[in-house]
Design a protein around this ligand. Structure first.
Ligand code: ADP
Length: 249
């Protein structure tokens, strides 16, 4: 049996199993306004991850007992499709999905002006179509774009990525195998414009020096992802403007 840290994840040339350098991000694509029926939506591809985020609200909160008198309640449901992983995943909600729903919500909530929408609900749905490590961070990145696409007032976008350690080296953006067999994994989310971190988890061991290095690496990548998010939203605004112009003709 292969145990954590026991397989060669970085070769002698310093390349990872998918050919990336240690500090290299996987190819990333984001599309805002991917779905017609949601109030806001986004689709993200990060390497082999393919994820859709859909947002509804602010809307009337149901059931009534979830209502918060002075702000909106934010709810999140993260789900992995049965075909999203190699061995079919059971279609229902696992404990992991329930936990990740909470993690994603908590990373996004600080960015939303919830106090502007008392007694309402903002619902975030995340569907992972294909998973290959880092789905929580890619989901946060996509869901933040979906919130903006829904027109929900935000303090800033939230962008997210994981950093970690494999064969004793700090690496950026762990894929599924690195996640499984690496030495450490640290998902980070932040509002780059405000310089505020909204999620920091760590699994494995880092020296304080390694931790500093890993965090700096995550912040740098997050700033890059933030630019990709903003470009996706700009493209969406241009699309909407064209649609409006066409409908007026
Ligand atoms: P994250 O996706 O945020 O890295 P985890 O560390 O829990 O979250 O999962 C790492 C990876 O393990 C996932 O991205 C996915 O590729 C894989 N994985 C998660 N759950 C399952 C499952 N039920 N069956 C097979 N692979 C899974």
């Amino acid at each position: 049996m292969t145990t954590k840290g026991s397989i060669e994840l970085i070769n002698k040339e310093g390349l990872r199993i998918d050919g990336r350098k240690v500090y290299e991000l996987r190819p990333i694509k984001i599309r805002a306004g991917f779905l017609k029926n949601a109030d806001g939506s986004a689709y993200i591809e990060l390497g082999h991850n393919k994820i859709i985020a859909a947002v509804y609200g602010p809307r009337e909160a149901h059931p009534r007992h979830v209502i918060i008198p002075d702000r909106a309640v934010v709810r999140c449901r993260y789900h992995m499709a049965p075909f999203s992983v190699e061995e079919r995943k059971s279609p229902g909600f696992s404990r992991r999905e329930i936990e990740l729903s909470k993690v994603i919500r908590e990373a996004l909530e600080p960015s939303i002006f919830v106090e502007e929408f008392p007694r309402t609900a903002i619902d975030i749905f995340v569907e992972v179509l294909e998973a290959d490590g880092g789905t929580r961070t890619a989901s946060i990145t996509a869901a933040s774009v979906a919130l903006a696409d829904a027109g929900i007032p935000l303090r800033d976008l939230v962008a997210s990525i994981a950093v970690g350690k494999a064969n004793g080296q700090i690496i950026l953006d762990l894929n599924g195998l690195e996640d499984q067999y690496g030495d450490a994994d640290m998902p980070v989310a932040m509002m780059p414009g405000l310089g505020q971190i909204t999620l920091l988890q760590a699994d494995g061991r880092f020296t304080s020096e390694e931790f500093e290095k890993a965090l700096a690496l995550a912040v740098k990548a997050i700033k890059k992802i933030y630019r990709v998010q903003k470009e996706a939203l700009k493209r969406r605004y241009i699309e909407i403007s064209k649609e409006v112009l066409e409908s007026e003709q």
